[in-house]
Design a protein around this ligand. Structure first.
Ligand code: PPS
Length: 294
Protein backbone atom coordinates (compact mmCIF):
# COMPACT_ATOMS: atom_id res chain seq x y z
CA UNK A 1 0.00 0.00 0.00
CA UNK A 2 1.44 3.35 -0.92
CA UNK A 3 0.11 6.82 -0.45
CA UNK A 4 2.72 8.66 -2.47
CA UNK A 5 1.50 11.24 -4.93
CA UNK A 6 0.26 9.79 -8.21
CA UNK A 7 0.05 6.21 -6.95
CA UNK A 8 -3.47 4.85 -6.60
CA UNK A 9 -4.00 3.31 -3.20
CA UNK A 10 -5.29 -0.19 -3.58
CA UNK A 11 -6.08 -2.27 -0.56
CA UNK A 12 -6.88 -5.98 -0.78
CA UNK A 13 -7.57 -7.76 2.46
CA UNK A 14 -9.30 -10.83 3.67
CA UNK A 15 -8.40 -11.17 7.35
CA UNK A 16 -10.45 -8.28 8.60
CA UNK A 17 -11.94 -7.96 12.04
CA UNK A 18 -13.35 -5.14 14.08
CA UNK A 19 -11.54 -4.20 17.25
CA UNK A 20 -12.32 -1.55 19.83
CA UNK A 21 -10.03 1.27 20.82
CA UNK A 22 -11.33 3.63 23.49
CA UNK A 23 -14.92 2.63 22.79
CA UNK A 24 -14.77 2.99 19.00
CA UNK A 25 -14.77 0.15 16.45
CA UNK A 26 -11.91 0.02 13.93
CA UNK A 27 -10.92 -2.41 11.17
CA UNK A 28 -7.86 -4.33 12.30
CA UNK A 29 -5.87 -4.35 9.08
CA UNK A 30 -6.20 -0.66 8.35
CA UNK A 31 -6.20 1.22 11.63
CA UNK A 32 -3.48 0.70 14.24
CA UNK A 33 -3.60 1.61 17.91
CA UNK A 34 -0.11 3.06 17.61
CA UNK A 35 -1.28 5.52 14.95
CA UNK A 36 -4.57 6.31 16.71
CA UNK A 37 -2.57 7.29 19.79
CA UNK A 38 -0.32 9.53 17.71
CA UNK A 39 -3.29 11.25 16.06
CA UNK A 40 -4.38 12.68 19.39
CA UNK A 41 -1.15 14.65 19.67
CA UNK A 42 -0.95 15.79 16.04
CA UNK A 43 0.06 19.43 15.78
CA UNK A 44 -2.72 21.24 13.97
CA UNK A 45 -2.01 24.44 12.07
CA UNK A 46 -4.31 27.41 11.95
CA UNK A 47 -4.72 26.84 8.20
CA UNK A 48 -5.67 23.14 8.48
CA UNK A 49 -9.18 22.10 7.49
CA UNK A 50 -10.62 18.82 8.77
CA UNK A 51 -13.96 17.49 7.56
CA UNK A 52 -15.56 15.15 10.09
CA UNK A 53 -18.15 12.57 9.11
CA UNK A 54 -19.72 9.43 10.40
CA UNK A 55 -19.17 6.87 7.58
CA UNK A 56 -21.41 7.17 4.50
CA UNK A 57 -22.39 10.76 5.21
CA UNK A 58 -20.65 12.43 2.26
CA UNK A 59 -16.93 12.14 3.06
CA UNK A 60 -15.66 11.64 -0.49
CA UNK A 61 -18.01 14.37 -1.66
CA UNK A 62 -16.48 16.76 0.88
CA UNK A 63 -12.97 15.67 -0.16
CA UNK A 64 -13.85 16.72 -3.69
CA UNK A 65 -15.48 20.00 -2.63
CA UNK A 66 -12.57 21.03 -0.40
CA UNK A 67 -9.86 20.24 -2.91
CA UNK A 68 -11.68 22.16 -5.64
CA UNK A 69 -12.30 25.17 -3.41
CA UNK A 70 -8.62 25.35 -2.50
CA UNK A 71 -7.44 25.12 -6.10
CA UNK A 72 -9.92 27.85 -7.14
CA UNK A 73 -12.00 25.39 -9.13
CA UNK A 74 -9.12 24.26 -11.37
CA UNK A 75 -10.15 20.77 -12.54
CA UNK A 76 -6.53 19.85 -13.39
CA UNK A 77 -5.83 19.64 -9.68
CA UNK A 78 -8.39 16.89 -9.18
CA UNK A 79 -7.59 14.89 -12.28
CA UNK A 80 -4.19 13.47 -11.38
CA UNK A 81 -4.80 12.49 -7.78
CA UNK A 82 -7.55 10.52 -6.09
CA UNK A 83 -9.61 12.19 -3.31
CA UNK A 84 -7.80 10.12 -0.68
CA UNK A 85 -4.44 11.52 -1.79
CA UNK A 86 -5.66 15.11 -1.99
CA UNK A 87 -7.59 15.05 1.28
CA UNK A 88 -6.37 12.09 3.36
CA UNK A 89 -8.00 10.49 6.37
CA UNK A 90 -5.97 11.45 9.44
CA UNK A 91 -6.62 8.10 11.12
CA UNK A 92 -5.18 5.95 8.31
CA UNK A 93 -1.48 5.46 9.07
CA UNK A 94 -0.03 5.35 5.55
CA UNK A 95 -1.78 8.52 4.36
CA UNK A 96 0.59 11.28 5.22
CA UNK A 97 -1.61 14.16 6.31
CA UNK A 98 1.14 15.80 8.36
CA UNK A 99 3.58 16.17 5.47
CA UNK A 100 1.05 17.63 3.02
CA UNK A 101 1.62 21.21 1.91
CA UNK A 102 -0.26 24.06 3.62
CA UNK A 103 -3.20 24.46 3.69
CA UNK A 104 -3.52 20.84 4.74
CA UNK A 105 -6.94 19.35 4.05
CA UNK A 106 -8.11 16.19 5.77
CA UNK A 107 -11.11 14.09 6.58
CA UNK A 108 -11.83 11.88 9.55
CA UNK A 109 -14.48 9.52 10.83
CA UNK A 110 -13.05 9.75 14.35
CA UNK A 111 -15.34 10.40 17.31
CA UNK A 112 -14.75 13.60 19.27
CA UNK A 113 -12.72 11.92 22.00
CA UNK A 114 -10.08 10.57 19.58
CA UNK A 115 -9.34 13.63 17.49
CA UNK A 116 -6.17 15.77 17.82
CA UNK A 117 -6.28 17.75 21.06
CA UNK A 118 -4.95 20.73 19.13
CA UNK A 119 -8.20 20.97 17.17
CA UNK A 120 -10.02 21.59 20.43
CA UNK A 121 -7.93 24.73 20.93
CA UNK A 122 -9.64 26.15 17.85
CA UNK A 123 -6.54 25.57 15.78
CA UNK A 124 -7.72 24.73 12.28
CA UNK A 125 -11.27 24.58 11.00
CA UNK A 126 -13.71 21.72 11.26
CA UNK A 127 -16.60 20.96 8.92
CA UNK A 128 -18.96 18.35 10.34
CA UNK A 129 -21.13 16.72 7.67
CA UNK A 130 -24.35 15.11 8.89
CA UNK A 131 -26.62 12.80 6.90
CA UNK A 132 -29.97 11.49 8.02
CA UNK A 133 -29.22 8.19 9.75
CA UNK A 134 -31.81 6.13 7.87
CA UNK A 135 -29.96 6.85 4.63
CA UNK A 136 -26.64 6.31 6.41
CA UNK A 137 -27.60 2.81 7.52
CA UNK A 138 -28.82 1.92 4.01
CA UNK A 139 -25.61 3.25 2.45
CA UNK A 140 -23.48 1.41 5.01
CA UNK A 141 -25.44 -1.79 4.44
CA UNK A 142 -24.68 -1.64 0.72
CA UNK A 143 -21.08 -0.70 1.45
CA UNK A 144 -20.67 -3.84 3.57
CA UNK A 145 -22.11 -5.86 0.72
CA UNK A 146 -19.66 -4.16 -1.62
CA UNK A 147 -16.38 -3.97 0.21
CA UNK A 148 -14.17 -7.05 0.38
CA UNK A 149 -12.75 -6.20 3.78
CA UNK A 150 -16.14 -5.93 5.47
CA UNK A 151 -18.35 -8.88 6.35
CA UNK A 152 -21.48 -9.26 4.23
CA UNK A 153 -24.60 -8.65 6.34
CA UNK A 154 -26.99 -11.60 6.52
CA UNK A 155 -30.00 -9.32 5.99
CA UNK A 156 -30.98 -5.66 6.19
CA UNK A 157 -32.95 -6.41 9.34
CA UNK A 158 -29.90 -7.88 11.10
CA UNK A 159 -27.71 -5.06 9.89
CA UNK A 160 -30.17 -2.42 11.11
CA UNK A 161 -30.05 -3.99 14.56
CA UNK A 162 -26.23 -3.99 14.54
CA UNK A 163 -26.23 -0.35 13.44
CA UNK A 164 -28.59 0.65 16.24
CA UNK A 165 -26.42 -1.25 18.74
CA UNK A 166 -23.29 0.48 17.42
CA UNK A 167 -21.76 -2.85 16.32
CA UNK A 168 -20.46 -1.38 13.07
CA UNK A 169 -17.34 0.47 11.94
CA UNK A 170 -16.86 3.65 13.98
CA UNK A 171 -19.55 2.43 16.39
CA UNK A 172 -22.77 4.30 17.15
CA UNK A 173 -24.03 7.02 14.82
CA UNK A 174 -25.94 8.49 17.79
CA UNK A 175 -22.81 8.70 19.97
CA UNK A 176 -20.82 10.25 17.13
CA UNK A 177 -23.29 13.08 16.57
CA UNK A 178 -23.98 13.53 20.25
CA UNK A 179 -20.35 13.84 21.28
CA UNK A 180 -19.39 16.18 18.45
CA UNK A 181 -22.47 18.37 18.84
CA UNK A 182 -22.25 18.75 22.61
CA UNK A 183 -18.56 19.76 22.32
CA UNK A 184 -19.07 22.03 19.33
CA UNK A 185 -18.08 25.20 21.22
CA UNK A 186 -14.51 23.90 21.57
CA UNK A 187 -14.06 24.15 17.80
CA UNK A 188 -14.03 26.49 14.92
CA UNK A 189 -16.81 24.42 13.38
CA UNK A 190 -19.41 24.45 10.62
CA UNK A 191 -22.25 21.93 10.61
CA UNK A 192 -23.62 21.14 7.18
CA UNK A 193 -25.93 18.38 6.03
CA UNK A 194 -25.64 15.97 3.13
CA UNK A 195 -29.23 16.85 2.30
CA UNK A 196 -28.69 20.60 2.01
CA UNK A 197 -25.69 19.92 -0.26
CA UNK A 198 -27.89 17.65 -2.35
CA UNK A 199 -30.76 20.13 -2.51
CA UNK A 200 -28.66 23.19 -3.32
CA UNK A 201 -25.00 22.41 -3.95
CA UNK A 202 -24.11 25.93 -5.08
CA UNK A 203 -25.43 27.58 -1.91
CA UNK A 204 -23.72 24.89 0.16
CA UNK A 205 -20.35 25.42 -1.54
CA UNK A 206 -20.75 29.17 -0.98
CA UNK A 207 -21.53 28.51 2.69
CA UNK A 208 -18.36 26.39 2.98
CA UNK A 209 -16.30 29.10 1.23
CA UNK A 210 -17.65 31.76 3.60
CA UNK A 211 -16.72 29.63 6.59
CA UNK A 212 -13.22 29.03 5.20
CA UNK A 213 -12.72 32.66 4.24
CA UNK A 214 -12.28 31.69 0.55
CA UNK A 215 -13.63 33.99 -2.10
CA UNK A 216 -14.49 32.40 -5.44
CA UNK A 217 -16.03 34.37 -8.28
CA UNK A 218 -19.22 33.06 -9.92
CA UNK A 219 -17.38 31.22 -12.66
CA UNK A 220 -15.07 29.39 -10.25
CA UNK A 221 -17.97 28.57 -7.98
CA UNK A 222 -19.81 27.09 -10.95
CA UNK A 223 -16.80 24.93 -11.80
CA UNK A 224 -16.56 23.60 -8.24
CA UNK A 225 -20.25 22.73 -8.35
CA UNK A 226 -19.94 21.11 -11.77
CA UNK A 227 -17.17 18.73 -10.67
CA UNK A 228 -18.93 17.88 -7.42
CA UNK A 229 -22.25 16.67 -8.77
CA UNK A 230 -22.98 12.99 -8.20
CA UNK A 231 -23.03 12.28 -11.94
CA UNK A 232 -19.69 13.91 -12.60
CA UNK A 233 -17.99 12.30 -9.63
CA UNK A 234 -19.35 8.91 -10.63
CA UNK A 235 -18.09 9.36 -14.20
CA UNK A 236 -14.70 10.85 -13.30
CA UNK A 237 -12.06 8.11 -13.69
CA UNK A 238 -10.13 9.39 -10.66
CA UNK A 239 -13.04 9.49 -8.23
CA UNK A 240 -14.85 6.60 -9.93
CA UNK A 241 -12.12 4.06 -9.23
CA UNK A 242 -12.77 2.64 -5.80
CA UNK A 243 -9.74 2.90 -3.55
CA UNK A 244 -10.53 -0.39 -1.92
CA UNK A 245 -11.14 -3.82 -3.43
CA UNK A 246 -14.83 -4.56 -3.97
CA UNK A 247 -16.78 -7.80 -3.90
CA UNK A 248 -18.51 -7.45 -7.22
CA UNK A 249 -18.06 -5.37 -10.35
CA UNK A 250 -21.79 -4.73 -10.42
CA UNK A 251 -21.63 -2.73 -7.18
CA UNK A 252 -20.31 0.80 -6.96
CA UNK A 253 -19.09 3.24 -4.33
CA UNK A 254 -21.15 5.97 -6.04
CA UNK A 255 -24.32 4.00 -5.56
CA UNK A 256 -27.41 6.24 -5.66
CA UNK A 257 -26.45 9.53 -4.02
CA UNK A 258 -30.01 10.48 -3.15
CA UNK A 259 -32.09 11.56 -0.17
CA UNK A 260 -34.66 9.05 1.04
CA UNK A 261 -33.43 5.73 -0.34
CA UNK A 262 -34.24 4.37 3.14
CA UNK A 263 -37.87 4.19 2.02
CA UNK A 264 -36.88 1.41 -0.37
CA UNK A 265 -35.34 -0.61 2.47
CA UNK A 266 -37.19 0.02 5.74
CA UNK A 267 -40.49 -1.65 6.55
CA UNK A 268 -43.10 0.52 8.27
CA UNK A 269 -42.38 -1.28 11.55
CA UNK A 270 -38.61 -0.76 11.20
CA UNK A 271 -39.14 2.91 10.42
CA UNK A 272 -41.38 3.44 13.46
CA UNK A 273 -38.94 1.59 15.70
CA UNK A 274 -36.08 3.72 14.34
CA UNK A 275 -38.07 6.95 14.86
CA UNK A 276 -38.71 6.03 18.51
CA UNK A 277 -34.99 5.43 19.16
CA UNK A 278 -34.05 8.56 17.22
CA UNK A 279 -36.42 10.76 19.22
CA UNK A 280 -35.15 9.39 22.51
CA UNK A 281 -31.42 9.55 21.67
CA UNK A 282 -31.55 12.94 19.91
CA UNK A 283 -33.99 14.78 22.19
CA UNK A 284 -31.38 17.30 23.38
CA UNK A 285 -29.73 17.81 19.96
CA UNK A 286 -31.53 20.63 18.11
CA UNK A 287 -30.32 19.69 14.63
CA UNK A 288 -32.79 19.59 11.76
CA UNK A 289 -32.83 16.43 9.68
CA UNK A 290 -34.17 16.06 6.16
CA UNK A 291 -35.60 12.60 5.55
CA UNK A 292 -36.86 12.85 1.99
CA UNK A 293 -36.28 14.87 -1.13
CA UNK A 294 -39.70 16.59 -1.36
S1 PPS B 1 -17.22 6.60 3.21
O1 PPS B 1 -17.00 5.21 2.72
O2 PPS B 1 -17.62 6.63 4.62
O3 PPS B 1 -16.11 7.49 2.93
O4 PPS B 1 -18.50 7.07 2.36
P1 PPS B 1 -18.97 8.58 2.17
O5 PPS B 1 -18.16 9.21 1.11
O6 PPS B 1 -19.04 9.27 3.49
O7 PPS B 1 -20.48 8.41 1.69
C1 PPS B 1 -20.79 7.69 0.52
C2 PPS B 1 -22.21 8.09 0.13
O8 PPS B 1 -22.17 9.43 -0.41
C3 PPS B 1 -22.70 9.40 -1.73
N1 PPS B 1 -22.06 10.43 -2.54
C4 PPS B 1 -22.73 11.46 -3.08
N2 PPS B 1 -24.02 11.81 -3.00
C5 PPS B 1 -24.43 12.92 -3.69
N3 PPS B 1 -23.57 13.66 -4.44
C6 PPS B 1 -22.26 13.36 -4.55
N4 PPS B 1 -21.46 14.09 -5.31
C7 PPS B 1 -21.79 12.20 -3.83
N5 PPS B 1 -20.59 11.59 -3.72
C8 PPS B 1 -20.77 10.52 -2.93
C9 PPS B 1 -22.40 7.98 -2.19
O9 PPS B 1 -23.14 7.64 -3.34
C10 PPS B 1 -22.79 7.21 -0.95
O10 PPS B 1 -24.21 7.23 -0.72
P2 PPS B 1 -25.23 6.11 -1.25
O11 PPS B 1 -26.53 6.42 -0.58
O12 PPS B 1 -24.69 4.76 -0.86
O13 PPS B 1 -25.32 6.31 -2.73
Amino acid sequence: MQGASGIRIHIIMSNYELYQYKGCNFISNIYTIEHLEKVQSFEIRHSDVVAVTYPKSGTVWMQQILSLIFCDGDPAAIQSKSPIERVPWIEIPFLNFLSNPTPRLAVTHLPYHLIPEDLKKKNGKVIYVIRNPKDVVVSLYHFQNYLTILSTPSSFEDFLREFLEGKVIFSSWFDHIHEWYTHKDEFNILFITYEEMKQDLRTSVQKICDFLGKKLDDEKLDTVVKYCTFTNMKMNPVTKTGTIENKSASRAFFRKGIIGDWKNHFTVAQSEMFDGIFQERMKDIPLKFIWDSK
